[in-house]
Design a protein around this ligand. Structure first.
Ligand code: SF4
Length: 344
């Protein structure tokens, strides 16, 4: 009788998706694509992947890059801790492993930003090791096909799912097995209502037989992200605008305008800047765990304390800085004001 992996791989061979990051066994490329694909749509990640490779063709080139350049290339992809860890991991591979990714799942996991999923994806795709790469897609496909009806977030259930995946994984083609499971989860066995009628695994699927695929996997209800109210001050001094790199974990190292939960006048006073804060609209940005509700203000000043002057940038210098998508509306405001030529 045809096994689970035989059937899955036969389908994958017929209908795999073609991406620029597929078809390579170069661990640097596999790792780079897997980091980019976390929390990001495949088509979006593909464009970034191509640009990154053009600029950093191998791990040594990336290891030698300044963080600000890596953040700039990452701009718009979000989850910037990935970019910072990418650089740290590249430097570790260059320094500790002689510029070669280790062919060992434990050593891969020890690299910054590499969790169990990414380590297993690199180990299986680049090195042919039988390591199941368990992400949301794999969890869903496994829970449905194997009829796992307990809370899939529980450690004991996760361990059982991993054991099952280890039993099912194809020993000859573990990388293709993982990618086939990801493809199936992304295209057919999707969250909510799966397309069971088009599914190659139908005859081997427990949930299909039981008719409860839509209810699986069982996961705890997510708490909605909390709201944070922020004032964003776009402070103009002549043909320059105020920007500072964030120190907080969220968006660390990226440049933002003056962000404050205080009243605009209090924030300006703290910076020792005399200016009127003129309301200039609102903006909203949704992160995984929080929402920023922002009020934008345009503030023009005649004078800036000496110590603050290095924090002011001309339009062309502003455009070269890594600025997060959360600042999109504020950046448009600054761009507009600076291109019209603010007068000192
Ligand atoms: S038959 Fe339906 S539930 Fe089962 S694996 Fe296929 S799409 Fe998923």
């Amino acid at each position: 009788m045809e096994t689970f992996s035989e059937r899955l791989l036969a389908w994958y061979d017929r209908s795999r998706r073609v991406f620029s990051f597929r078809g390579t066994k170069d661990p640097y490329r596999v790792w780079l694509s897997e980091i980019m694909l976390q929390q990001t749509r495949t088509v979006t990640a593909e464009g970034y992947y191509d640009r990154f490779l053009a600029r950093f063709p191998d791990v040594r080139a990336l290891a030698a890059a300044p963080e600000e350049e890596v953040l700039k290339l990452w701009e718009g992809l979000g989850y910037y801790s990935r970019a910072r860890n990418l650089l740290k991991a590249a430097r570790e591979v260059a320094e500790k492993h002689g510029g070669r990714f280790p062919a060992d799942v434990g050593l891969l996991r020890a690299l910054p930003g590499v969790g169990p999923y990414t380590a297993a994806a690199v180990a299986s795709i680049a090195f042919g090791l039988p390591e199941p790469a368990i992400d949301g897609n794999l969890t869903r496909v496994l829970a449905r096909t194997q009829g796992v009806r307990e809370d899939a977030s529980l450690p004991s259930v996760r361990r059982a799912l991993e054991d099952t995946a280890r039993r099912l994984i194809d020993r000859e083609r573990p990388g293709d097995f993982n990618q086939a499971m990801m493809d199936l989860g992304a295209r057919i066995c999707v969250p909510g209502t799966p397309d069971c009628e088009s599914c190659p695994m139908r005859e081997l699927c427990d949930a299909y037989a039981a008719g409860d695929a839509e209810a699986l996997p069982v996961l705890p209800v997510k708490t909605p992200p909390g709201e944070v109210r922020l004032n964003v001050l776009v402070i103009l001094w002549g043909d320059q605008v105020y920007l500072v790199p964030r120190k907080e974990a969220l968006l660390k190292g990226l440049y933002v305008y003056c962000l404050t939960e205080d009243a605009p006048s209090a924030a300006l006073r703290q910076l020792r800047i005399r200016a009127e804060a003129v309301p200039a609209g609102t903006a909203r940005h949704v992160f995984t765990h929080r929402i920023w509700q922002m009020k934008l203000y345009l503030c023009r000043t005649e004078e800036v304390p000496e110590a603050l002057r290095p924090c002011f940038y001309t339009l062309s210098r502003m455009e070269a800085l890594p600025i997060p998508t959360a600042m999109k509306a504020a950046r448009a405001l600054a761009r507009d004001a600076l291109s019209k030529g603010a007068c000192r």
